[in-house]
Write a protein that binds this ligand. Structure first.
Ligand SMILES: NC(=O)c1ccc[n+]([C@@H]2O[C@H](COP(=O)([O-])OP(=O)(O)OC[C@H]3O[C@@H](n4cnc5c(N)ncnc54)[C@H](O)[C@@H]3O)[C@@H](O)[C@H]2O)c1
Length: 322
């Protein structure tokens, strides 16, 4: 049995990916995670196929030790500091985990002759679309990050391509849009609104909540990653989107509707109820063109947003009642 390595497997998307691939692969899944505040070990079902091993990817020696021990054939690299607000307060963990951590993993991957290093990136590397842009982000769009989180992911993308060019690392980059689903950390929009609303607390929306995001169900994301694996595609980059552009305020109101709560629980204004407070580096709109992936593998998102959102809200509400 060969080993594949999933980093960040105790986080939101990584844990779904592990769950998703278990029935699809005979490989042993080695999960690397340093269990930051965003992780939850309960997210991973450990069994004979899934082995968790604590590892901070910033620690080069430890990464090398683990790769030498397990000799994985493929790496799916999800581990990252992922919250933009935190990156604005302190860029350093983002630089360390998202850039240095990625380089450490790539070097260790080269030492075991890896077959594929798959880097999970974000549509945020492209910066922002205008509200009236008709062209969505494509793989050819300019990399133009606007906050320390997206800068760290953009830098890592450049390093991945460079490690391919310089050291022949077999790589894949996928840049996905906003994921949603169960098990997401409470700092992210949907869980935050649910938790606030369940306490009848208002959720403050930056910039009036007018920003548009493209919502991708986390299981659709996992299917997309696996469609590339099944088709043995390497040394390329693909965008993954949900074909579901919605304003943050619309998503928030949908959550409140599902919970039977008043829209008064959205706080869009600042001080005099006229001025909206905007966070620095707050992009207006993300929209993802995933036609390249669709042409190559046939993948397209299938989740119906309203339905999956309802299931997600119910999942959190059930847990909040316990
Ligand atoms: N959530 C989204 O909407 C979204 C959108 C686009 C891209 N992404 C990317 O997808 C990946 C996964 O995102 P997520 O939402 O699951 O994030 P998350 O914050 O829920 O999980 C990240 C995981 O990485 C681990 N980690 C962080 N630093 C580490 C380190 N130094 N060593 C080892 N483990 C470390 C954490 O403990 C956590 O388990 C990230 O690379 C993120 O940039 C996420």
């Amino acid at each position: 049995m060969n080993n594949i390595c999933v980093t960040g497997g105790a986080g939101f998307i990584g844990s779904h990916f592990i769950e998703f691939i278990q029935e699809l692969t005979d490989s042993k899944i080695i999960v690397l995670d340093s269990l930051t505040y965003a992780a939850d070990l309960n997210n991973i079902t450990q069994n004979s196929q899934v082995e968790f091993t604590w590892c901070d990817i910033v620690n080069e020696k430890h990464v090398n030790y683990i790769f030498n021990k397990y000799k994985p054939t493929k790496v799916f690299h999800f581990a990252a500091e992922s919250h933009v607000d935190n990156s604005i307060k302190n860029y350093r963990p983002f630089l360390e985990s998202n850039v240095i951590g990625t380089i450490n993993l790539m070097n260790a991957s080269l030492s075991v002759n890896i077959e594929k290093f798959h880097f999970i990136s974000t549509d945020e590397v492209y910066g922002s679309l205008e509200y009236d842009d008709t062209q969505l982000f494509s793989e050819e769009s300019q990399i133009d990050p606007t906050n320390p989180y997206s800068a760290s992911k953009a830098a890592a993308e450049h390093y991945v391509k460079t490690w391919n060019n310089t050291y022949d690392l077999p790589y894949l980059i996928t840049s996905c849009s906003n994921n949603y689903g169960i098990r997401q950390h409470k700092e992210k929009l949907i869980p935050k609104v649910i938790i606030n609303a369940s306490n009848n607390k208002k959720t403050f929306m930056y910039g009036g909540g007018e920003q548009i995001r493209d919502w991708l169900h986390v299981v659709d994301h996992c299917r997309a990653i696996w469609s590339l694996e099944k088709n043995n595609i390497i040394n390329d980059k693909f965008n993954i989107g949900g074909a579901c552009e919605l304003k943050n305020i619309e998503v928030t109101k949908k959550v409140l509707d599902i919970m039977g709560k008043s829209h008064n629980l959205v706080d869009v204004c600042f001080e005099d109820n006229l001025v909206s407070y905007c966070r620095p580096g707050l992009d207006s709109r993300y929209g993802t063109d995933f036609s390249k992936l669709n042409n190559k593998t046939g993948w397209k998102p299938v989740a119906i947003f309203d339905h999956e959102l309802e299931l997600t809200v119910r999942w959190y509400c059930d847990r909040l009642l316990k």
